[in-house]
Design a protein around this ligand. Structure first.
Ligand code: FE
Length: 133
């Protein structure tokens, strides 16, 4: 894995647009069906919206109907960190970028295919790098 990215919250606040800061650094959630990648079908690699680490491939993206981009697994497992999240009176598993510690979304056990996982990720935590055609 690449070097960890360490910034103070003040530096993050200055370097990210407000909506991205709220989701990535304050574990916010974008409203469903509003993110730019909900229905995206382009081939490519989704990178961390804060530090640029490679996180998810379009190959594993599926239409979950949830209103957020959904993936069956990370592209680079070691770039993603999972953490128990008991906020909002729910028991969930938070998904974070391991390189910079930013919040990406949550993972659930109701996904399709062999992994059975549904990585439910905020669009605004991601930047798609389109595949070369
Ligand atoms: Fe990151």
């Amino acid at each position: 894995m690449d070097e960890k990215v360490m910034k103070t919250e003040e530096e993050w606040r200055e370097s990210l647009p407000p909506e991205r800061y709220r989701v990535l650094r304050e574990a916010g959630t974008e409203p469903p069906f509003t993110g730019k990648y909900v229905h995206a079908k382009e081939d490519g690699m989704y990178h961390c919206g804060a530090c640029g680490a490679e996180l998810f491939s379009s190959d594993t993206k599926f239409d979950s109907g949830s209103g957020w981009p959904s993936f069956t697994e990370p592209a680079v497992a070691e770039n993603v960190e999972l953490r128990s999240d008991k906020s909002l009176f729910m028991r969930r598993t938070e998904v974070l970028c391991r390189r910079c510690g930013s919040h990406l979304g949550h993972v659930f056990d109701d996904g399709p295919g062999p992994t059975g996982k549904r990585f439910c990720i905020n669009s605004c935590s991601l930047d798609l790098e389109p595949a070369e055609k």
